[in-house]
Ligand binder design. Structure first.
Ligand SMILES: NC(=O)c1ccc[n+]([C@@H]2O[C@H](COP(=O)([O-])OP(=O)(O)OC[C@H]3O[C@@H](n4cnc5c(N)ncnc54)[C@H](OP(=O)(O)O)[C@@H]3O)[C@@H](O)[C@H]2O)c1
Length: 340
């Protein structure tokens, strides 16, 4: 317990505390098993003098640029990748364990990429002080695939991912809000962060228009790293949906052998991170059913009628909570229990 305070509490910094992921981390930290000491809310210089909520009180926000990381033992990086890249070295040099939600370290060989409940054993090989959390759709997908591993090899996953505007952070929320208000007031629509109007519209992701699709390649690499399966293929189509929160996926799973749909449903229904119940027969869970909820909600599990080794299913889950903050705080709990 070398890094803990004398009273065994842990001092924590949340970098990006004013953002969507950062505020969700603060929310889940207060319910976690981490014995929190001082909690520091950090953000850009623009947010100085702002306040954020933590455990029924307000924390004043400080600029990360002036922060001394020696004051904390655990740090959550809920900032864009370039900001994480700027401040992670100072944090690790100060001896702090860091959980990075950005793309900055996810595919670094020296950094474990962890989905709690799937591959937290990889933390045993932790060499440095950074642990990464994957893209939220990959968190959801890994949690679905993990219990199905006992059925044999999953060769390929075809995933049509419909992603909430909050995947872009607060600017995505603002753009959908402003466009919706403009539409209701018969005003012209402005788009800045999306390719076109997103309100009351559905857009293929900008990456599909590019020749070298780095984002799609990275999603495949993230899934392979978490699942320890370099041969697992992920064929992804990304769609921006006009919803504020919650990602949806229509999945087609291709196994190397015949699979029984009843067995698949049983394995999914008995996993603690998943909700797969018969109540969905009349109405599968919609994305709004999963918002602010824990777990991944599954339905429409059915045989692929065109491919005997194929199973199709529908999945919805919260991108900010289940896809990021809950995973990060669970990683933090393991680090505090076993490493600090
Ligand atoms: N949104 C998702 O669904 C999701 C899911 C998984 C992972 N992630 C990752 O999590 C990270 C945060 O995403 P988010 O959705 O929470 O974004 P967000 O709502 O836009 O929040 C970004 C946070 O970063 C801070 N920040 C930006 N530039 C900064 C700078 N130069 N110095 C210090 N702080 C700075 C912002 O502070 P100010 O308020 O002061 O600008 C804000 O607190 C990103 O790397 C994202 O890729 C997001």
């Amino acid at each position: 317990m070398t890094g803990k305070n004398d009273d065994a509490t842990v001092n924590i910094a949340v970098v990006g505390a004013t953002g969507l992921v950062g505020s969700a981390v603060l929310e889940h930290l207060s319910d976690s098993e981490i014995p929190t000491g001082q909690v520091y809310a950090l953000a850009s210089d623009n947010s100085e003098a702002e306040f954020v909520d933590f455990s029924k009180r307000s924390l004043s926000v400080h600029p990360v640029s002036e922060f001394d990381f020696k004051q904390v033992q655990l740090c959550f990086f809920c900032v864009p990748a370039e900001v994480a890249a700027e401040y992670l070295p100072a944090a690790t040099k100060a001896g702090c364990y860091c959980i990075d939600f950005s793309t900055c370290s996810r595919l670094d060989d020296k950094v474990p990429l962890i989905v709690s409940g799937v591959n937290e054993k990889d933390l045993q090989e932790l060499d440095g002080r950074i642990v990464a959390s994957p893209d939220s759709s990959i968190v959801h997908l890994a949690q679905i695939l993990a219990p199905l591993k006992e059925l044999g090899v999953i060769e390929r996953v075809n995933a049509t991912m419909m992603r909430a505007v909050s995947e872009m952070g607060r600017k995505g929320i603002d753009e959908l809000s402003q466009q919706s208000i403009a539409l209701f007031n018969l005003k012209p629509i402005k788009h800045e962060h999306f390719l076109a109007q997103i309100a009351f519209n559905v857009l293929p992701h900008v990456c599909h228009a590019q020749a070298n699709n780095q984002l799609i390649d990275d999603l495949q690499s993230e899934l392979a790293k978490v699942m320890h399966d370099a041969a697992l293929l992920l064929n992804t189509s990304l769609i921006s949906a006009p919803v504020f929160y919650g990602h949806s996926m229509m999945l087609q799973l291709e196994f190397s052998q015949d699979v029984d749909v009843a067995r698949v449903t049983h394995l999914l229904a008995t996993d603690s991170d998943l909700h797969c119940t018969n109540k969905q027969i009349n109405r599968p869970d919609s994305v709004s059913d999963a918002v602010n909820q824990k777990g991944v909600y599954l339905g429409c599990v059915r045989q692929d009628t065109t491919w005997q080794n194929g199973i199709n299913l529908w999945a919805v889950a919260d991108n900010i909570h289940q896809g990021a903050a809950i995973n990060g705080v669970q990683i933090g709990e393991i680090l505090v229990k076993s490493y600090l």
